[in-house]
Design a protein around this ligand. Structure first.
Ligand code: FES
Length: 122
């Protein structure tokens, strides 16, 4: 593992890391929001300032796809529908409406990008 920006090592039972097959770290464009599917989940991806962030693809307010939005100058995700903003590092709703964007831990293993997921709820 070359890089990890998730310090939580106490992952719950069933937690697993999944490699993204669609891209590598070096193939990701800076400051571009990209939606992928990984292990049955829709996940938003952002590479910015040499870090990769993973978050729920849908806005926690009303479910609009966040990757159709944009970034503000501070790198926060702006939802295209009602313009609520979210910090991709921790999901904080920085415009203060009280929502929380779910975020996923990310590891870079060389050029590979791995995302930590819980097993699907059945
Ligand atoms: S749906 Fe995203 S801010 Fe309302």
């Amino acid at each position: 593992m070359s890089f990890q920006h998730d310090d939580n090592t106490n992952y719950p039972p069933g937690f697993e890391w999944y490699k993204t097959e669609r891209f590598t770290y070096s193939s990701l464009q800076d400051n571009a929001l990209t939606e992928i599917e990984l292990n049955g989940k829709r996940i938003g991806i952002l590479k910015r300032q040499e870090r990769v962030y993973a978050f729920a693809a849908k806005c926690p307010h009303a479910g609009v796809p966040l990757c159709t939005g944009w970034l503000d100058p501070q790198g926060r995700i702006v939802c295209p529908e009602h313009k609520y903003r979210f910090d991709p590092a921790n999901g904080r709703n920085t415009t203060g409406e009280g929502y929380k964007l779910f975020t996923y831990p990310v590891q870079l293993r060389g050029d590979e990008v791995w995302i930590g997921l819980m097993p699907p709820v059945i």
